[in-house]
Design a protein around this ligand. Sequence first.
Ligand code: ATP
Ligand code: MG
Length: 420
Amino acid sequence: MGGSLRDILLGRTPHDWDLATDARPEELQSLFPGAVYQNTFGTVAVGRDGAWFEITTFRRDHDYADFRRPQRVEFGETVEEDLARRDLTVNALAWGGRPGEGDRLVDPFGGRADIERRRLAAVGAPADRFGEDALRMIRAVRLAAQLEFTIAAGTLAAISRQAELVQHLSGERIAAELQKLLGADRPSIGLRLLEATGLLRQVSAELAAQRGLAQSKMAGEDLWDHTVRTVDAVPRDLPVVRLAALVHDIGKPATAADGHFIGHDAVGGDLADALLGRLHFPRVVVERVGLLVRNHMFSYESNWSDTAVRRMIGRIGEPALTELLALRAADNVGSGLPADAGALDELRARITEQIEAKAVLNRAGLVIDGNDLIKELGARQGPILGSILDRLVEVVLEDPARNDRPTLLLLAQAMLAEDE
Ligand code: ATP
Ligand code: MG
């Protein structure tokens, strides 16, 4: 039932199946030996042929007190009751029937017709349903992007009126929907809807401030248009880069002065950290996106030395560097330029060349380490040791042939003597 049937009717492959029944969890457990009762929401996991299926007892929701989840769940008796608490008509479908009745499509809210019209509409009165759980507004926008459906006028108007309720949602729930939205073929559909309804302002005032901010890249377009185009231009299989594309210019509204955005990369890195942290994205994701945002303004020239290329690899690291180039390619497209503008293809080739030559890029690649400096030269643990290692990396970046134990120890000895 729910989203899986919607996907079937659309000819898409459902990625999960929602199964529901009027049997209570205890009954399910006796029907399917080995079944696991997972939570208090009436979901039982049943193993079959090495796969697990989740079966949920029909429910009826109660007491939406704070615009998010029901305070209390009650088991229901009928599939219609269960469908009535679903968010959108296209998700309020079930396949099945009572014993002896034969299988049939259970469609009490016209979900099938809405699928045919490619239209999303709330089940029941939109204002009430969004008041019960504000996440449904973001889900509607996310599904509009994923399915390339429109949102019915009444439902859309209710979202615009009640966008502020998003304040009551946890960051995790918003992030999960945002991530699905960004995974659509054309995330721009969802991003533009987020902005137009005022949902965006609730999630990120800084991104919403991009609307109307002039930037000289494409005639008649503002910074938000540029952001949206940039996100669309990132390949779908690079979810971190899609996220980075969304926030790559988040620092521009705050730094805008005389048509320039000086320091927007650094400011944007901090704002991106704050936003993604608030949404509870995993720490490593926040860090990677921050790194991409802080470094997205690099400007490569053909006359860069190999040392400069190696320094860039050492500073950014792999695979972040591949992502940084993908972000720049998308940023180019979002600015109306060819993807490889700025000799990006040449830079990519030179990076590959250095990596294949196993050039030393950071401390880990040196043939000596801190212990050698302590044992061989009597150096002491501390900041001087680290600074010597960094200087040796610089030496080797300039001339990879010097990554040789006697050479480096001799150089280190001289450095130590200077620092003494
Ligand atoms: P996906 O393709 O991402 O799985 P989905 O619509 O199936 O999308 P799920 O999170 O798997 O989303 O939820 C399964 C079903 O539960 C939905 O199809 C919908 O019927 C219902 N549902 C999910 N979240 C809500 C909600 N916040 N309010 C009401 N019904 C919901
Ligand atoms: Mg689903």
